[in-house]
Design a protein. Sequence first.
Length: 178
Amino acid sequence: MATRRIRHTRIEVDTRRGVFMISVAAELADMHPQTLRMYEQRGLIEPKRSPKGTRLYSHSDVERLRRIQQMTAELGLNLAGVERVLELEQKLDRAQRRVDALERRAEDLRTEVARLEPLREDVRRLEELRDATRAEIVPYRRPPGTDLQPAARSPRRHRIRVDRGSHPEPPADGGAAG
């Protein structure tokens, strides 16, 4: 007897990527395709579309359809109740993400405070030193009306360089001709 080899290939696909046509998604969710169309009209599900307009449902869409099926069949909710539950779950998810972000920020701030805490004693000592020296420094204030005025500028004096070596010396008799 010949043994047949079975080869398994595992492909990972983003859970939000539309991969199932309406008939496959309906079968996976145990619903009629027309029910999926109705849910889409009511805004309970938003399948992706192919370039030609074919509805493509993702794994997340199929899980949502199963949840809707569970709420209507097992819990007895009507579609208005399902819409409200899904809306509240969406709000809760947003609030939880906000809380998570705030908790991360609080942790960052706690870390920053712990880093700065050792500096508190240094700041306290510097403030004490400042306060102690502040009493020793007496501020000077001019009496009113004694503002300093800029000094008047004296005219500039220019020096002219005279080269005395190039002129003949004056006569010894004082320059009188005889």
